[in-house]
Design a protein. Structure first.
Length: 149
């Protein structure tokens, strides 16, 4: 096999591999878009924001929400909605509320607040931890499992 032919095969393999990698990255970024937070929930209560994201009236959501049937189960059973999307939406809403209340925060505090809220909202959506401090300490004896920073 000539050097020219080997070079042509090598370049072809690189182009195919690059195309496959680009396709995989595009598919991954498309999946991230599906779980992007809904912008019109900013500044709402977490339950109202959940209602807006899920497309369920607030009164119906309150009826469906039980200890055995948390927000994660409702999100999973709602067509076109995901648990990850609900969590992202609620974190976005909580961060917006925080910025309205506190003003601009330094980057370090913003990152910490985002991580802190993500853990707590994850527990709230899964139904393992209430967000009210009284309920958290009385019901669970001082904290929620897996939510320490």
């Amino acid at each position: 096999m000539s050097l020219k032919r080997k070079l042509l095969i090598g370049v072809s393999v690189l182009l195919v591999a690059g195309g496959a990698t680009g396709g995989a990255l595009a598919a991954r970024s498309h999946a991230a878009v599906k779980t992007a937070p809904v912008a019109h929930v900013a500044g709402k209560s977490l339950l109202k924001a959940s209602s807006i994201y899920l497309g369920i009236p607030l009164s119906q959501l309150k009826r469906e929400l039980t200890p055995d049937h948390p927000l994660a189960a409702i999100a999973s059973s709602t067509p076109g909605r995901t648990v990850a999307g609900l969590r992202a939406t609620l974190v976005f809403d909580a961060m917006t509320n925080l910025h309205h209340a506190q003003g601009a925060l330094p980057l370090v505090r913003t990152r910490y607040a985002h991580a802190w809220l993500t853990k707590r909202i994850g527990g709230y959506v899964a139904g393992t931890c209430p967000l009210k401090l009284g309920g958290m300490f009385v019901k669970l004896g001082g904290g929620c499992p897996g939510m320490k920073m």
